[in-house]
Design a protein around this ligand. Structure first.
Ligand SMILES: Cc1ncc(COP(=O)(O)O)c(C=O)c1O
Length: 383
């Protein structure tokens, strides 16, 4: 089964779809049954059978089947946001007294959530590599959480090596694969147990939805679907699931276009005198480039550059001078976006994350590469 077919056709030949080229959105909150016995039977599997929308729904189910197939997972469960998926997944794997290892830089609110869990007696340690993991691991460690490429700096970890180390120590591995999308990287085939995505980025692709998903074995997904998913109640709406299905239709071609434009931007910036560094694993100069070629089949359009300045007003001027790149949070949509964490996050968080003042994040959209390069060029003249 190839990815194009999964994105475009999987699950869409069912008789109830009546040949509709795009599936209907099931807006009903409940389903009714012939007999109370039928209801009693269905309610036992409320996270999989069509009973009540908070459990699941045919449109959500279709999106889940496609996402599971793309990640080569047995099952996927969609949530109302990426954070909904992250918090439910981590909660499902730990109990009071447990310890979590976090490898490399991860999305800020993921770390905030781990700090929040401290009030329930769950601790965590940040490690920069597996050698540090050897010292930080203890008898209570249950889980290894990471992103590859990592957050903001796009550092790569050798996924088969990480999962082999985790298996040796009896840890469950959870990886956020939002940067690459399943089109360019399939962590489950490299031994990762659970893979997370914010669907709000490339998979949705049109900046018109917020959603999340966790993919993995039925054995790991079932307990979290029946408890954390059902009880926290961060269910995806069928309308958003319809948008996920629509986003998936064009995901492979959009990713090819994001890759081409992202690399064009990275190469242009790398040769510019007002830029100290460019963080993009597709560049030959990136320390993880050879590893990237082994474990990824492509690169998205999210990168960061470090301006040759430590002046906040100059960084602000650079952003405010951009014309095609709009200023905003999030990433992965059709539109090009720029942001400067030093100007928007708390100073202590910036320091903990090791983000330089001159770091600018670019989400390269689908506009022409020439126009985007020209835009960056004119804004760099302010530095
Ligand atoms: C890498 C990464 N993971 C997860 C999330 C959280 O996703 P959501 O905003 O859909 O909750 C984000 C959001 O920016 C992200 O960048």
């Amino acid at each position: 089964m190839d990815d194009d077919w999964i994105c475009g056709r999987l699950g869409e030949d069912e008789p109830w779809l009546l040949g509709a080229v795009h599936p209907p959105i099931f807006e009903n909150s409940i389903f009714t049954f012939e007999t109370v016995g039928d209801l009693a039977e269905a309610i036992k599997d409320e996270d999989e059978k069509f009973v009540y929308w908070r459990g699941t729904n045919p449109t959500v189910d279709l999106a889940q089947r496609k996402l599971a197939a793309l990640e080569r997972a047995e099952r996927a469960k969609c949530f109302a946001s990426g954070m909904g998926a992250i918090s439910a997944t981590i909660s499902s794997l730990v109990s009071a007294g447990d310890h979590v290892l976090v490898l490399g830089a991860v999305y800020g609110p993921t770390t905030q959530f781990l700090r929040y869990l401290e009030k329930y007696g769950v601790t965590h340690t940040h490690i920069s590599d597996l050698a540090a993991g050897d010292s930080a691991i203890n008898a209570s460690t249950r889980l290894l959480y990471f992103e590859s490429p990592s957050y903001m700096r796009y550092e790569l970890f050798d996924i088969p090596q990480v999962t082999a180390w985790a298996r040796e120590h009896g840890l469950v591995t959870v990886m956020d694969n939002t940067w690459s999308t399943p089109i360019f990287q399939k962590p489950i085939t490299m031994g990762v147990d659970l893979v997370l995505h914010s669907l709000s980025k490339y998979i949705g692709g049109h900046s018109d939805l917020v959603g999340g998903v966790v993919c993995g074995s039925a054995e790991l997904i079932r307990p979290l679907a029946r408890t954390e998913y059902m009880l926290y109640g961060a269910a995806m709406s069928p309308h958003d699931a319809g948008k996920v299905v629509k986003g998936l239709r064009t995901l492979p071609v959009r990713m090819a276009a994001h890759q081409e434009r992202g690399l064009a931007m990275a190469r242009f910036l790398e040769s510019h005198p007002a830029v100290r560094a460019v963080n993009h694993p597709g560049l030959e100069s990136h320390p993880g480039h050879e590893l990237a070629k082994r474990q990824m089949s492509g690169f998205s359009g999210l990168l960061s550059l470090e301006l040759d300045t430590d002046s906040r007003p100059q960084v602000a001027k650079f952003l405010d001078t951009l014309r095609h790149f709009r200023i905003g949070v999030s990433w992965g949509g059709f539109e090009s976006l720029a942001s400067a964490p030093a100007l928007t996050i708390e100073e202590s968080v910036r320091e903990t994350m090791g983000v330089p003042v001159g770091l600018v994040r670019l989400s390269v959209g689908l506009e022409s590469a020439e126009a985007l390069i020209e835009d960056l060029g004119q804004a760099l003249e302010t530095i």
